[in-house]
Design a protein around this ligand. Structure first.
Ligand SMILES: C[S@@+](CC[C@H](N)C(=O)[O-])C[C@H]1O[C@@H](n2cnc3c(N)ncnc32)[C@H](O)[C@@H]1O
Length: 276
């Protein structure tokens, strides 16, 4: 399977592609084998750690609907949409993600129309889908507003977008700032540059509520929430890329009860539910 080269003429996008094509999201941490058991275990771990996915995605409600998932990654959510009986399409910028998802669906006797593709140039006609779902993807694409405009374009009138992008004012952002700005003796560093250089693929972005509302301004109804997740509470192996004494100490002393009580909206995951 090859990627559409025209989509990668942008060098930033090439870097994003190369980053995720080395290992799909969660592959190194949670995928032990590419047999059924490997994917089953990865799913279980995903929904245990990221407990907001299932209520947000509401996979069963996709039965009979025409659904596009952008950025399928290892394919756990895609498998759920397929199992629910959606008329399903999926794309990802990387060959690796499409190969994983294709293999995964085959192993479980499920089907979807999968292709390597670019969120910023969706290869689908206008007003084509009832639901466009995308978890943790559009903030990685260099031109995120363009990708969101594409989501709008391919949705039918009244169709629904369920999108997770990163939230700027999150505990993860604070941790990254402590580690790569304050402790590095550069407290003036912007959060924008910290997210771009230290969170996943190069150029990753994170948004405030106001910025997210601007991004989704075309949509008729937009609901946003930013619940805490495992990363914000340092409850898992996330952050292994940032390993060191600072992370070890933070895991011991992180004030989880205080964060839960006083900062319940300081999560990294910004869940956006929008209607066209
Ligand atoms: C953090 S992973 C998330 C994958 C999956 N949704 C999940 O939750 O595990 C980001 C994914 O977005 C994909 N991606 C990044 N930019 C993209 C673009 N412009 N078009 C399509 N996929 C893109 C990457 O290849 C990668 O698989």
């Amino acid at each position: 399977m090859t990627v559409d080269r025209a989509a990668l003429t942008n060098t930033d996008k090439q870097q994003v592609h190369d980053f995720w094509n080395k290992a799909a999201c969660g592959e190194n941490l949670y995928l032990q084998t590419t047999e059924r058991t490997g994917y089953v275990t990865q799913s279980a771990e995903r929904y245990r750690l990221e407990s907001c996915i299932e209520p947000f995605a509401d996979f069963e409600a996709a039965k009979g609907k025409r659904v596009l998932e952008i950025g399928v990654g290892l394919g756990a959510d895609h498998q759920r949409f397929a199992a629910a009986g959606a008329d399903l399409y999926g794309i990802d910028l990387t060959e690796r993600a499409i190969e994983h998802t294709h293999r995964r669906l085959l192993l479980f006797g499920l089907s979807s129309t999968l292709a390597v593709g670019d969120a910023e140039r969706l290869d689908f006609p206008d007003q084509n889908f009832d639901l466009v779902y995308s978890w943790g993807v559009l903030h990685h694409s260099p031109d995120s507003p363009k990708a969101i405009a594409e989501v709008y374009r391919v949705l039918k009138p009244g169709g629904q977008a369920k999108v997770m992008i990163y939230h700027k004012w999150s505990m993860i952002g604070l941790m990254l700032w402590l580690r790569y700005a304050l402790l590095a003796g550069r407290p003036w560093r912007s959060l924008r540059s910290i997210y771009a250089e230290h969170l996943e693929s190069p150029g990753t972005k994170a948004y405030s509520y106001i910025e997210a509302r601007q991004l989704f301004a075309q949509f008729a109804a937009v609901q946003i929430s930013t619940p805490l997740a495992h990363g914000d509470l340092l409850e898992s192996d996330v952050g292994q890329r940032h390993r060191g004494i600072a992370l070890t100490l933070a895991k011991i002393f992180w004030p989880r009860w205080f964060i839960r009580l006083f900062m319940p909206g300081a999560g990294l995951f910004m869940l956006i539910d929008a209607r066209k």
